[in-house]
Design a protein around this ligand. Structure first.
Ligand SMILES: Nc1nc2c(ncn2[C@@H]2O[C@H](COP(=O)(O)OP(=O)(O)OP(=O)(O)O)[C@@H](O)[C@H]2O)c(=O)[nH]1
Length: 364
C-alpha cells in the first residue's frame, strides 16, 4: 500500500458505526441558516445534531437556529477552515460525549460552515483526521447559491467557486427575487462548474434535497451507483453557450475503462495524481472495477489530496461494470490523467518487477 496515501488504508475494525455528517456550505448570506431552520422544523428530525461554525468574536447563528441546545455545538471565534480547525475536531469530540451520542440516539449531523470557508480543509478533517473519521463519516455536501448575488459572488470570490465545485447538492436560494434570464445564466454556470451535482430551488425542492442528504450514507456517489438516480428539477439546463461565457478554470472529466484494472497500478496512479496535483483535484468520485475484486465496484471518493478509504460494495448496482471516475479539476490537463492511468495500469500488469516511468499530470 502506498505510504503517501494513508487514507487508502481501511480504518481499524474497532472504529464502530460512524455517524453521517452533511456539510452545508455556501457563500455569506446565501441562505444556509434559513434553509437549515426550515429543515429543522420538519417533524421527523429527531437525532439530528447541528454544528455551526461562525467567523467573528460573538456567534449569532446558534441563536438564529431553532434546535435543542443540547445538540448544538458552536465553533465561534474563527473559521474552521483555517484558524480553528482543531476546534472542529474538539466539537466532534464534545458531540461524541453528548447524551444523545452516548445513548446511540444521534443519527446524523449537519455542519454549517462559515460563508467564507474553503470547504476542502473541512472535508479533509472529516475524511482524514482519524480522531474524527473513526466516529463520523462525510455523507455529502450541500451548497446554497444566492440567485440574485450568486453570479457576482462567483466572479469575485474564488472560494465560492470551490464551494460549488465540491457540492453534491446545489440549493439555489432567493429565486423569488431573481429574474428568469439571470437565473438561467446562473444555472448554466453552476452546471458548467459542477455537472454532477443535482440542483434544486429553495422555494421548491431544496428542502427535499437536503433531507435526502440526511438519509444518504455512504457519501457521494449516488449518481454513479444508483441507475435510477435522477437529479432534481433543473436538468436539462440551457447550454452554457447561450449565455456569456464564464471560465472558472473548473473542468469535469470522466474516465471510463471497459476492462478491470490491476489494483496495484490503479492505486499507484491515484497516489501519483493526488500527490502531484491534489490541490487542483476539487472532487473525485468513482466506481472502479478492480481485477481482484470482481464481485462489486470499489468506490473511491476524494477531495483534493485526501481520499476516503476505498469501499468495496458487495454487488454491482447495475449491469454496467465498467470503471467510471468523475474528476472535477481546476487547471489540470485531463488528457494527462488518462495517459498516466494507461501507463501505470498497462506496465504494472505486464511486468510488475520493472520500474515504471510515467508522464506526470500536466498543467493546462
Ligand atoms: N427572499 C428570500 N430571502 C431569503 C431566502 N433565503 C434567505 N433569505 C434571506 O437572506 C438573508 C441571509 O440568509 P441567511 O440564511 O442568514 O444566510 P447565511 O448563508 O446563513 O448567511 P451567513 O451566516 O452570513 O453565511 C436573510 O435575510 C434571509 O431571510 C430566499 O429564498 N428568499
Amino acid at each position: 500500500m502506498s505510504p503517501i496515501f494513508p487514507a487508502l488504508v481501511p480504518h481499524a475494525a474497532d472504529a464502530g458505526p460512524q455517524v453521517p455528517v452533511t456539510v452545508l456550505t455556501g457563500f455569506l448570506g446565501s441562505g444556509k441558516t434559513t434553509l437549515l431552520n426550515r429543515l429543522l422544523r420538519l417533524p421527523d428530525l429527531e437525532g439530528v445534531a447541528v454544528v455551526i461554525n461562525e467567523f467573528g468574536a460573538v456567534g449569532l447563528d446558534h441563536d438564529l437556529v431553532d434546535h435543542a441546545q443540547e445538540d448544538m455545538v458552536l465553533l465561534a471565534n474563527g473559521c474552521i477552515c483555517c484558524t480553528i480547525r482543531g476546534d472542529l475536531v474538539g466539537a466532534f469530540e464534545r458531540l461524541a460525549d453528548s447524551p444523545a451520542a452516548r445513548q446511540g440516539r444521534l443519527r446524523h449531523v449537519v455542519l454549517e460552515t462559515t460563508g467564507l470557508a474553503d470547504p476542502a480543509p473541512i472535508l479533509h478533517t472529516l475524511m482524514g483526521d482519524l480522531r474524527v473519521s473513526r466516529r463520523w463519516r462525510l455523507a455529502g455536501v450541500a451548497c446554497t447559491v444566492d440567485a440574485v448575488n450568486g453570479m457576482g459572488t462567483l466572479d469575485r470570490q474564488r472560494e465560492s467557486v470551490k464551494q460549488v465545485a465540491v457540492a453534491d447538492e446545489l440549493l439555489v436560494t432567493k429565486t423569488d427575487l431573481a429574474d428568469g434570464a439571470a437565473l438561467d445564466g446562473l444555472l448554466a454556470r453552476l452546471r458548467t462548474i459542477n455537472p454532477t451535482a443535482s440542483i434544486s430551488r429553495a422555494d421548491q425542492d431544496a428542502l427535499e434535497s437536503l433531507r435526502g442528504l440526511l438519509d444518504r450514507s455512504p457519501c457521494a456517489v449516488r449518481e454513479i451507483v444508483d441507475p435510477d438516480y435522477q437529479p432534481l428539477s433543473f436538468r436539462p439546463v440551457p447550454a452554457p453557450h447561450h449565455h456569456a461565457v464564464h471560465d472558472d478554470g473548473v473542468r469535469t472529466h470522466s474516465i471510463v475503462r471497459d476492462q478491470p484494472l490491476p489494483r496495484e497500478g490503479f492505486l499507484a496512479w491515484l497516489d501519483l495524481v493526488a500527490s502531484m496535483r491534489g490541490d487542483d483535484l476539487l472532487r473525485v468520485k468513482g466506481l472502479v472495477n478492480l481485477e481482484d475484486s470482481p464481485e462489486g465496484p470499489t468506490v473511491i471518493h476524494g477531495v483534493q489530496h485526501v481520499f476516503h478509504p476505498p469501499e468495496l460494495l458487495d454487488h454491482w448496482p447495475s449491469d454496467d461494470r465498467r470503471t467510471r471516475i468523475v474528476f472535477i479539476t481546476r487547471d489540470i490537463d485531463v488528457a494527462s490523467l488518462e495517459e498516466t492511468l494507461n501507463v501505470l495500469t498497462r506496465r504494472r500488469r505486464r511486468r510488475p518487477e520493472q520500474p515504471v516511468t510515467v508522464p506526470l499530470p500536466r498543467d493546462t
